[in-house]
Design a protein around this ligand. Structure first.
Ligand SMILES: [Fe+2]
Length: 427
């Protein structure tokens, strides 16, 4: 069945899975329609500025307060701030993709933390994970009180059923789940692999467009939000909660996805990265990669992101008298990159789809030697970069790898060598 969506970013949405379930003119009537319980889910402080304020009214079969006590369970390979279990190396780091596990593994069990920064307790920083799964979540639900989650599937689609409805997300698309929203992940292709960013900080939003004006980059209309859908199931359901970095679990006797109607602007969404209108130079020189920002989570300092989500999608390159791939650079912001498919323009080989790289604060990097040689001598005709989709989570905070990441066989222990062999050319 084709899934329906509402379109827009941060709109005040209204949706009901059963006709007449959504109160028309009052948020918390004494007797809500159809015997539902009203409940607020807020994504910001009540007094956050209106433009940033996120809140949604849910109309539920039962209130969320009706939940048994949680019990602590193991964290598996999931880690959270302060990410101090290993000394953070200054090296440039790169990993090959992790394999899909052979034993039964759902989305929660398949989360493997590679790096992160900050602390969920302080509402700043982020955690970056791979997910590798081969089982759908059926009677199991995830409830992450630590972070908003951005999922970037790389292999296999995700069928996400959240409290606010259903989304199908394919590689090339992203999904964002608000902090604290319960959801389960089905695997329509039987297996899935991808990247997950736990954003502990301010929620992702569209960047300002400045002199670009009203058009360009990601457009509000291309963000898709679910319509109301619910499960009316009386069965044992396990809810796994991530709270201050630890996993807890409890057992409901009904599905927590019991929101029959909702209205508000605090909602999950998905976005097809092919809808991104790419900006670039049409004369010369190399603009900063901030021109590729899809979404940004600001920190308290103007223009300095807790996390920017940046993509390097298919596009034309036309700049004249210009080295077209990213030049050598040392940036104060830290960069973590992933590759959904294809080849990234700045590396000849070694950065694989499903792999990951980290270039931390002020550590020099850029084109490898073959890329440098090729791009320095290339005839600068208009050139279309095709069939490649790389992305970056860029942060003001240094990415601190986990012990698992530093010991993983997928770590390329000779990655630094890709920048060997540059000859002195001074005349
Ligand atoms: Fe970089």
């Amino acid at each position: 069945m084709k899934i329906k969506y509402q379109s827009g970013f941060g709109n005040s949405f209204s949706t009901e899975a059963v006709r007449g379930a959504l109160p028309l003119n009052q948020n918390s009537p004494q007797r809500p329609p159809r015997g539902l319980y009203p409940e607020v889910l807020s994504g910001t402080a009540f007094t956050a500025p209106r433009a940033e304020n996120l809140s949604t009214w849910l109309y539920k079969l039962r209130p969320s307060a009706m939940q048994p006590q949680y019990k602590s369970i193991g964290n598996g390979l999931l880690r959270s701030g302060p990410f101090d279990e290993a000394k953070t190396p200054p090296h440039r780091l790169r990993w090959n993709p992790l394999p899909i596990p052979s034993r039964p593994t759902d989305f929660i069990d398949g989360l493997v933390t590679m790096a992160g920064s900050g602390d969920p307790a302080a509402h700043s920083g982020l955690g970056v994970h791979f997910f590798c799964a081969n089982r759908s979540m059926t009677d199991r639900y995830f409830h992450n009180a630590d972070a908003e989650m951005m999922l970037v599937p790389q292999l296999g689609g995700l069928s996400i059923f959240s409290e606010l409805g259903k989304m199908e997300v394919q590689p090339g698309e992203i999904a964002v789940l608000p902090r604290g929203m319960k959801f389960k992940v089905g695997l329509p292709d039987g297996k899935a692999r991808g990247y997950a960013c736990e954003n502990y900080g301010a929620h992702f939003r569209l960047p300002e467009l400045g002199p670009l004006g009203s058009q360009g980059l990601a457009q509000k209309r291309d963000f898709l939000v679910p319509v109301a859908a619910f499960e009316d199931r009386n069965a044992k359901c396990e809810v796994v909660l991530k709270f201050l970095g630890n996993l807890w679990a409890t057992e409901y006797r009904h599905s927590p996805l019991d929101v029959v109607a909702w209205h508000g602007n605090h909602a999950p969404y998905k976005y097809d990265l092919a809808r991104f209108m790419v900006m670039n130079t049409v004369s010369f020189d190399h603009p900063d990669p901030s021109i590729f920002t899809v979404l940004t989570s600001p920190s308290g300092q103007a223009g300095v992101a807790n996390c920017d989500f940046v993509i390097f999608p298919p596009r034309w390159q036309v700049a004249d008298h210009t080295f077209r791939p990213p030049w050598f650079h040392r940036n104060v912001m830290s960069e973590l990159m992933g590759l959904v498919h294809g080849e990234y323009e700045s590396k000849a080989e070694g950065f694989l789809p499903g792999g990951m790289s980290i270039h931390n604060c002020l550590q020099g990097h850029g084109p490898d030697l073959p890329t440098f040689e090729k791009a320095s001598t290339a005839e600068l005709k208009p050139h279309q970069l095709k069939n490649s989709l790389a992305f970056m989570w860029e942060s003001r905070y240094v990415f601190r790898p986990t012990k698992f990441a530093l010991r993983a066989p997928q770590l390329q222990r000779n990655y630094d060598a890709v920048w060997d062999g540059f000859k002195k050319r001074f005349k």
